[in-house]
Structure formats: C-alpha cells, structure tokens
Design a protein around this ligand. Sequence first.
Ligand code: SF4
Ligand code: F3S
Length: 104
Amino acid sequence: TYVVTDACIKCKYMDCVEVCPVDCFYEGDNMLVINPSECIDCGVCEPECPAEAILPDTEDGLEKWLEVNTKYSEEWPNITVKRDSPPDADEYKGVEGKFEKFFS
Ligand code: SF4
Ligand code: F3S
C-alpha cells in the first residue's frame, strides 16, 4: 500500500484524490490519509503530490504512518473531489515537526 505522511499536514493540496482509481483517500482537518485495505498499489498518486507526502510503505521507517493511515481512514470521511488547498499551504511545505504540532 501507499501511505500519506506528515508532509501533507497543513498543505493538503488534494491533487492525490483526483487520480486515485479506487477513491481511497480520507479527509481530516489538516491532512488526508489512504485506506491501506482499499489501496491497490497503483502508485499514480505518488508523483502527483506537490509536497511529496505519499510514499510506498515498503520504505524504511513508515510503520507509524501505516498505523495512522489505517486508524484514521476508518474514522474520517471519504474524499473523492479536489477542493482548494489552504491559503497558507505553501508556507507549511517541507516544514519539520508538523505531526506533533498540527496533526488532526
Ligand atoms: Fe489510490 Fe493508487 Fe495512490 Fe493507492 S497508490 S492511494 S490506489 S492512487
Ligand atoms: Fe496531501 Fe499531497 Fe494529497 S499534500 S492532500 S497527499 S496531494
């Protein structure tokens, strides 16, 4: 599966939802997550994210993000249509430590 990581937090560009063939993105206030049991591993979302927030969970150190994506995709609503990203999205692009400060 692919997972959304903290680079998405407060950026939320939402280009990813447009391309997913199985509509498996779910929306929190500050980030999106992927439902790992629905993701078919096609990989098309990965290069679409301007924040480079989407990664295959086969990369090292992503266990936490697999847990976050699994848990919150069960709680948050499905999102299938891209809307405007937050007006200050670019200010948060590449910022470290966003999970601790802004996760939701
Ligand atoms: Fe959707 Fe494919 Fe991305 Fe999985 S890898 S979330 S199926 S676009
Ligand atoms: Fe987030 Fe990137 Fe999608 S910033 S909303 S994972 S396009």
